[in-house]
Write a protein that binds this ligand. Structure first.
Ligand code: ZN
Length: 140
């Protein structure tokens, strides 16, 4: 059996606004965020780089019908998802589907930084929203 290789890509944190969410990290000593809007997810992201390649991703909803808006209304700001970087995302999604894992995205979508991403439903993961991310060729 071939095991997949995983790396922690980022931890997604839901915030009402990037500025509000960033205030604590600024106090802690982080520099500026790298801000990028992701229309496919109806969010604006603010990335905070960590020393070990991983990032913290602050997430602000850009639309009242964003799923992130619903998350904030129900649970308030806080940890939203964990993103694992993978290789062979399409194969992994097909494999999970075959194993009966509930996928939010059966097909990968474009995420921030030109990555292809797909979310796995927390009902199948023990309550954690998991994002899988694969770098696209142009950025390697
Ligand atoms: Zn993410």
């Amino acid at each position: 059996m071939n095991f997949n290789k995983f790396e922690l890509d980022h931890i997604g944190i839901a915030v009402e606004t990037l500025e509000q969410g960033f205030a604590f990290y600024k106090a802690l000593g982080f520099g500026e965020m790298e801000i990028e809007e992701v229309p496919s997810q109806k969010v604006k992201t603010g990335f905070l780089r960590l020393g070990n390649q991983a990032t913290l991703e602050l997430l602000e909803p850009t639309s009242p019908d964003s799923t992130l808006r619903k998350f904030l209304d129900k649970r308030g700001p806080g940890i939203h998802h964990i993103c694992l970087r993978v290789q062979g995302l399409d194969r992994i999604l097909a494999d999970l589907k075959a194993k009966g894992v509930r996928l939010i995205d059966e097909q990968a979508k474009m995420g921030a930084h030109g990555c292809r991403v797909a979310f796995i439903h927390p009902a199948s993961t023990g309550g954690v929203l998991i994002e899988l991310s694969e770098k696209t060729e142009e950025l390697v």
